[in-house]
Design a protein around this ligand. Sequence first.
Ligand SMILES: NC(=O)c1ccc[n+]([C@@H]2O[C@H](COP(=O)([O-])OP(=O)(O)OC[C@H]3O[C@@H](n4cnc5c(N)ncnc54)[C@H](OP(=O)(O)O)[C@@H]3O)[C@@H](O)[C@H]2O)c1
Length: 265
Amino acid sequence: MNQLAFQQTHAVVTGASSGIGRAIATSLARKGVERMVIHYCKNADGAQATAKACAEHGAATVVIPCNLTSSESIQAFASACFVELGEVHTWVNNAGADVLTGAGASLSFDEKLKRLMQVDVLGTIELSRLVAERLMKQPSARPSSMTFIGWDQASEGMEGDAGQMFGPVKTAVTAYAKSLAQSVAPKLRVNTIAPGWIRTSWGESTDPYWNRRAKEQSLMYRWGTPDDVALAVLFASDPANTFFTGQLVRVNGGWNRRSPRSEKE
Ligand SMILES: NC(=O)c1ccc[n+]([C@@H]2O[C@H](COP(=O)([O-])OP(=O)(O)OC[C@H]3O[C@@H](n4cnc5c(N)ncnc54)[C@H](OP(=O)(O)O)[C@@H]3O)[C@@H](O)[C@H]2O)c1
């Protein structure tokens, strides 16, 4: 990766108050992004912590909230990002509803599915259309990038409620990203990074069954980390990577098609 490619560029990372979004924002700052919008919904303290980590790498940051279930909030956020940054070169749509931990975990299947659809699909698409329109009008010579976050098992399917929720939701995100890529090239590059089992808040508190399963389903025999996902997002977003668009890249340590390993945890 070109170490200088991100210098003098501006980025927006949604859902950057924790987990994967924080790792993406921090990695972009480490690579030299000059100015960045750190988005959050409710976790203002988390967003400030991300901003502090980015500032330590020299990035100027502004923290802006947006609730992706509200059109008003989406429109205000899209405008505020361009007011703050002028041109945007890297846009990462990482925000996603949490239905596995906290209050979201006790919702019914229908309520979880609706929330995921509202935030990850409808809100993300509404925001992306507004932003893509603005990015298309920018004068910069090199294409800007927009990166979405999918899920590695979305197209193959996974048993149980989680598979039946995240499968259709993240498949929709990926399908939208592919059509957007077709619509906006060559001015804008659009890709999806599809994480596998990544140890964020759910992974940190899950039971021994899922802990073992997450490791065994990866050829690398470990959980993925937010930094593993951030590395792939950096690759997709790298302004020098001008031939990379319309792609879906899974970050899951390689899906394990062998028999489960016998190692003890
Ligand atoms: N962890 C995994 O194994 C895994 C696997 C595949 C895909 N993913 C995807 O990766 C992304 C990040 O996941 P994560 O594990 O890092 O989760 P996380 O720590 O819960 O982060 C989710 C982010 O989305 C924001 N968000 C939630 N509801 C929102 C809303 N209504 N409007 C706007 N923003 C909202 C949160 O903001 P606040 O906290 O500030 O409210 C937070 O910043 C998600 O899209 C997730 O589906 C994760």
